[in-house]
Design a binder for this molecule. Sequence first.
Ligand code: AGP
Length: 372
Amino acid sequence: SAAEKGGYDYFMLKEIAEQPKAVADTLLGRIDAAGSLTLDELRISAAELREVDKVVIVACGTAFHAGLIAKYAIEHWTRIPCEVELASEFRYRDPILDPRTLVIAISQSGETMDTLMALRHAREQGSKVLAICNTNGSTIPRESDAVLYTHAGPEVAVASTKAFLTQLVACYLVALYLGQVRGTKWGDEIQAVIRDLSKISCEVERVLETMEPVRDLARSLAAKNTVLFLGRHVGYPVALEGALKLKELAYMHAEGFAAGELKHGPIALIEQDLPVVVVAPSPRGRSVLHDKIVSNIQEIRARGARTIVIAEEGDEAVAPYADHLIRIPATPTLLQPLVATVPLQVFACELATARGNEVDQPRNLAKSVTVE
Ligand code: AGP
């Protein structure tokens, strides 16, 4: 009913709008006054966490994209090797697992059969499984050794939005906590990132306040057949997520690529007026990455692409090559997905509406996939 949707036309719009609160709720009580993380709920002792020599993340769909981003954070802040695998592929290839492997299963619903089967397989091999889940008491956390709940609140729309942002927050918390417990050379950076994370919900709010041009742009593209998404580093999984949202909601052909792969094939797809969304990394700090994305944007534009660039405020280097510029607040690179994904959600939702599609219940899809 309209009341359940809180005045919005669709649950998806309501859930997009709820993201600042969902992010804040997921952080709540997990950062103490001194700026350290307290994750007692992990029920895996600090001693055990110090023994972990490999992290394996299993998930499906949007939760898999959260896992891909988590890998960058975990390896950077903890120096523990991390693999991310589609849950549906995992147990069929005889993966190498032992008691020192920490397996993280990410699932909004906690009922995804592929993810459940992957975690059962991991536990049979003696690995500890930590669930990151949004649904209290669901099967995946019940069958795991520990659970870190995301506090997004119920997500009704089939296309995942606020669950994704809170999965990212939970992944960052786990990565930072592992770093904190194991004591890495990134101690100061970890402290700084914890401070940035505690302010991030306001940044998500700021993004939401500037979405009108994104909606206009989406409507202008309603008759297109294809949209490509490019990114580097954590921008690459963000590109994959942008493409998945567009497939699900707009039923358009949408692909996400690592921008560095362009010349290894995908650049052949570029033709006159093809919309290409590019997620630009921050120009601060890792400027090598930023230089590379600027040349990627130039390359595709020279071949006729209509470039839609998501870039940090103050990033002027991309501006001359952007047909459409979507501004996001400056954040540390690893946290950028929390703000960069939001315009892509709005973009897909508006395109679905413009094309007359059912936003909350896309064709052929179920909210949770309880069959393999
Ligand atoms: C996201 O928009 C999708 N509908 C889908 O990919 C989803 O993320 C996937 O099925 C995993 O679901 P889960 O998080 O409930 O396990």
